[in-house]
Write a protein that binds this ligand. Structure first.
Ligand code: GLY
Length: 252
């Protein structure tokens, strides 16, 4: 089976991406880092498609938020952030070209893909500024999946900013999401203190991409049997993004 990873290069407008920080973004460096990220995706066995920048959407490189793919369907989302609404439409031609059946979140639903944490075939979906109950209900109905709402802890952008499913019943998560692990019967693997950005690890089978510069997390994940690829994503961290945010992955 082939696995596709859809990505989009950041444009010059990426300097205007939504951010909780005041850090100045360098779009050329962001593009270099994005190239490195795409190489890492290939290294872990994915077939990478990279779309050109869309200057109309400063956050458009964070494709994970714009579409959720499951069961041969692509759900175009509707972000709770107005400047991000419409990003999914820009991906439609590529998704259709890959034979995916397009469905979409309709108002008043809101949903960001970064809130959708898959644990095997069940979706745990962050309820917060970007995603509402109606969006979660539409995700369940339109993708034909079981979905449960999980409040996004204060100060966190998306649910997946704080947790990654490692497989084999293990949830790698920050302390604020330890109760979630217990509630759903998973073993909590704590994110090392001070290395919280690694909670957004992109896990693909026994391989993981994490942001570079977090040695305790890299060692921990290796000890758990994962092959770890650190990638410099500092320009994306400036806009609250991490490894999972930059791609949408599906089996073809
Ligand atoms: N900059 C990522 C987001 O706020 O959606």
């Amino acid at each position: 089976m082939r696995w596709i990873a859809l990505t989009r290069t950041p444009g010059n407008s990426y300097v205007k991406a939504i951010s909780s920080t005041s850090a100045r973004i360098d779009p050329d460096e962001a593009r270099r880092q994005h190239d490195g990220y795409c190489r890492a995706l290939r290294n872990i066995g994915l077939e990478v498609i990279t779309l050109p920048p869309d200057e109309g959407f400063p956050d458009g490189c964070f494709v994970e938020d714009a579409v959720v793919v499951r069961n041969g369907k692509a759900l175009l989302t509707r972000s709770g952030a107005p400047s991000r609404q419409g990003e999914g439409e820009t991906l439609r031609p590529t998704l259709e070209a890959h034979g995916l059946h397009i469905v979409q979140v309709e108002p008043p639903g809101t949903l960001d893909g970064g809130d959708v944490l898959w644990v095997e075939n069940v979706a745990y979906v962050g309820l917060g500024d970007r995603t509402n109950q109606e969006g979660i209900a539409q995700l369940a109905a339109k993708l034909g999946v079981e979905a449960h709402a999980v409040p996004v802890p204060p100060g966190m952008l998306h649910l997946k900013s704080g947790a990654a499913y490692l497989g084999n019943g293990r949830l790698y998560a920050v302390a604020a999401l330890a109760p979630l692990a217990a509630e759903i019967g998973l073993d909590w693997v704590p994110v090392p203190e001070g290395e919280e950005p690694t909670a957004d690890a992109l896990v693909f089978g026994a391989k993981a991409i994490i942001p570079a510069g977090y040695p305790k997390a890299a060692t921990l994940l290796k000890e758990l049997g994962l092959q770890v690829q650190p990638v410099n994503l500092s320009e994306f961290a400036k806009a609250d993004g991490g490894p999972t945010c930059l791609s949408v992955i599906w089996p073809q």
